[in-house]
Each structure stands twice: as C-alpha cells, then as structure tokens.
Design a protein around this ligand. Structure first.
Ligand SMILES: [Zn+2]
Length: 412
C-alpha cells in the first residue's frame, strides 16, 4: 500500500508512506507504488500511528442501567451496581458486549487496548471470556488484559488466589485497588503482593491507585518504591492517582522525586475522573483529576484512557479517544497552541509506552504498517472538529473506513 501526501506524526512537511509485506518500507517524498499496489491519496491530511486506549473495562461495557442506573454518580455506587450485575455474567454476554465495543473503537482508529477485567469472581467468567476474545480478535486489535480485583485483594474472599489464578490463565498485566481495601495496611499489603506476583510471573503492572478525593490516600508512594527497588519502573503503571489532585504541594514535591526515579507510567481518565471526582464536595468542588500537566512537565509518561464505555461508572462513551483528549486538555489546563498540537501523544505514543509495545508501534521503517488517516491537516484542527478517522490501516490493509458526513447550509 502506498499512502500519498500526508503529514506524518503531525509534521509540517508532506510525505509519502509505502507499506510492503505488512511493514513500513519507505517514508519520503515522491514514492512510487510497485505495480498492482493499492494507492491511497492522503490529500494533505494527518497520518498518525493508531490510537491506543490505555485504560478501559471491557467486561462491564454496555451494561449501563442494568440492573439500575447510577444516579448518584459515585465510584462506590458504581461498584455496588456492578457487583449485582456481575451475578448474571455469562461468557457469551461478556464476549458479545466487549466485541461490540472493540469494533466500535476500531472504527474510531484504535488498534491497541488495555482492558481491566474484574477477577473478584470465584469463577473468573469475564476473565475467560476476554482471554478468548483476545485470541479471536488478534488480527484486529492488540488486547492486553489486566487482572483487576474490583472488590479488593485482601478484602475479598480468596482475593490472592483469584489474582494468581487469573495470571496463570494468561492475563498480561497484574492490577490492584489499594485505596478500596478495608484498611490502609491492607492497601499497602496488596501493593506488595501484586508487585511480587508480577515479578514472579514476569507480567506488567497497572494499578487503580488512589482513585479517591482523599489526600491521605498515599498508595502511590508504596507502588513507586516497589517499582524502583525491583527495577520494574517502565513496566509499571499507576492509573487514576486522582488523590494527587488533593495532595499538598510540599508532599507532592517530595513525591515527584521518587516518581521520576522510579520511571513508572501514569494513566489519567479525564472523562470518568471529572465525572466521579468531587462527588462528596459541596463547594469548592474538586476536579478529581491527577496532576497531568505537572507530571508531563517533569518528563513522566502520562497517557489517557476512556475507562468506561456505557457502564455503571459512565453512562456515556463511544470508544472515541478524541473525547478523552478534549476533556483532558480542558481540565488539565493544556490549552496552549503547542500543547493542543501535541495532545495526540496522550492517546498514541505515550499510551504505547504505557502498554510497553513501543518495539512494534509507530510510523517507522521496519515496524508493522499500522496507522490512521485523520480528516484534517494537523491535530489542532482534528481535535477541534472532532474529525473522522478516514482509514484505520493495519499491516498495510484497510481495517476500517469512514465516509465523512456532508452538511449543506442553505443561507446567503
Ligand atoms: Zn478503571
């Protein structure tokens, strides 16, 4: 496949991109296609590596309103409602809903997804369903699964055994939820446990860490210390860390030294964080979001996830990463022109770093020919107009194609 006249990675210059045998073969001006090769006229538009959703829950997707709507909008009511809904889970139910959401994501240019899956279920039904789906859809999407103990590791019956069982069955990443454990001590112990588990089975780590508006929730320092001492930093991710939005600046200053030394990654979920956060405040009302701007300025890797797509924690969601970027740049005060132009990185290159897939991600000669063509010349305009992904290309083949809507205004 030859893609003509595109701005690669938001660069000003126009170039051509040739993909042969499923890999990027040449990137440069005035390339010619070998005989019979498919040619796409990029028309001066933006070519990026595929979007990555670095944090989503596919087991609960498309269950909003079942058995009831989350009318308070708190994290805790979400957990309670999901706990009821998961009594009715079957493998077919999970696979059908997750597949529908994944295919929708693919239509929006996503090719890499990290999904948490609730393992506080004695039968691990959702885990087995998503493991099967990971295999069945491997030509469409690279799906990473996180063993996520929604109701705690030490605070749920046989929590440790369920975590280890999920890892043995093949999940890629070890998760946690220390702020939700019964006690601070259980929270710390859960972090020590999950890091040892990941180390033992050579897995990545992604912890729901301090997702609460409580400045006393400080599991992040425990996670970062473990990551530093085990030399696992680049393989470890702290998701949410919304308590950091409530920490005092003196503590945060000290904390940042450790975070930088540890080299861990961060995932913010701007849509769901701002929706679930601040729910116990009257006024002033906190934003409930981690320090995206300051982490980024400190050279720490931050990516964005959609977190929830129509489930007990988020009644909305359409699998479109532009939604997460739009919300993220607004609530993190990243609205400078350069910051807006660069904001695609939160859902592309930064997110690939979080997923630890940079060895086969990006528009570079020799790497798999995966890319997306957005219907604008640069990311500032793409974000502003929330444009379509015209082509989602995987291994040099068109995986999804979108025809833009056309509006005609009848006015003088
Ligand atoms: Zn989550």
């Amino acid at each position: 496949m030859l893609i003509k006249n595109v701005h690669v990675n938001n660069q000003a210059a126009l170039t051509d991109v040739l993909i042969t045998d499923g890999k990027f073969a040449q990137i440069g001006p005035d390339l010619t296609a070998p005989a019979g090769e498919e040619v796409i006229d990029g028309q001066g538009k933006l070519l990026l590596p595929p979007f990555v959703d670095s944090h989503v829950h596919l087991d609960s997707t498309l269950t909003a309103g079942e058995p009831e709507w989350n009318e308070t909008g708190t994290l805790f009511d979400g957990i309670r409602i999901w706990s009821e809904r998961k009594q009715d889970l079957t493998k077919e139910d999970v696979k059908r809903r997750a597949k529908q959401t994944i295919l929708n994501m693919v239509g929006h240019g996503i090719q890499f997804v990290r999904s948490h899956v609730d393992v506080t279920d004695p039968h691990l039904i959702a885990t087995q369903a998503l493991l099967e789906l990971r295999e069945e859809l491997k030509d469409v999407v690279e799906l990473q699964l996180v063993a996520f103990p929604q109701e705690g590791i030490l605070s749920f019956p046989h929590g440790k055994e369920l975590m280890e069982q999920a890892v043995k069955e093949g999940v890629d990443v070890v998760g946690g939820i220390p702020h939700f454990e019964f006690s601070t001590e259980y929270g710390w112990q859960s972090v020590h446990f999950l890091m040892a588990l990941a180390d033992k089975y050579d897995r990545l780590v992604d912890v729901h860490c301090d997702e609460i508006d409580d400045p006393a929730s400080r599991n992040l320092e425990v996670l970062a210390t473990e990551a530093l001492e085990r030399e696992m930093g680049s393989r470890v991710t702290a998701s949410h860390t919304t308590a950091m939005g409530s920490y005092n600046d003196a503590y945060t200053y000290k904390l940042f030294r450790l975070l930088k030394m540890s080299g861990i990654n961060f995932v913010a979920n701007p849509l769901v964080n701002v929706h679930l956060g601040g729910r116990f405040d009257t006024y002033p009302k906190r934003r409930g979001v981690t320090r995206i701007k300051e982490l980024t300025a400190a050279g720490i890797n931050v990516s964005f996830g959609e977190d929830d797509v129509k489930d007990p924690w988020n009644p909305l969601g359409d699998g479109n990463m532009l939604d997460a970027v739009t919300m993220g740049v607004y609530i993190a005060h990243l609205m400078g022109y350069g910051q807006l132009q660069d904001s695609y990185k939160f859902v592309t290159t930064n997110a690939a770093r979080t997923l630890h897939v940079t060895d086969h991600y990006g528009i570079e000669v020799g790497k798999p020919g995966n890319c997306i063509l957005l219907n604008e010349k640069d990311f500032y305009n793409a974000l502003n107009r929330h444009v379509e992904v015209l082509y989602n290309i995987r291994g040099g083949k068109v995986l999804a194609k979108t025809t833009p809507a056309e509006t005609t205004v009848f006015a003088d």
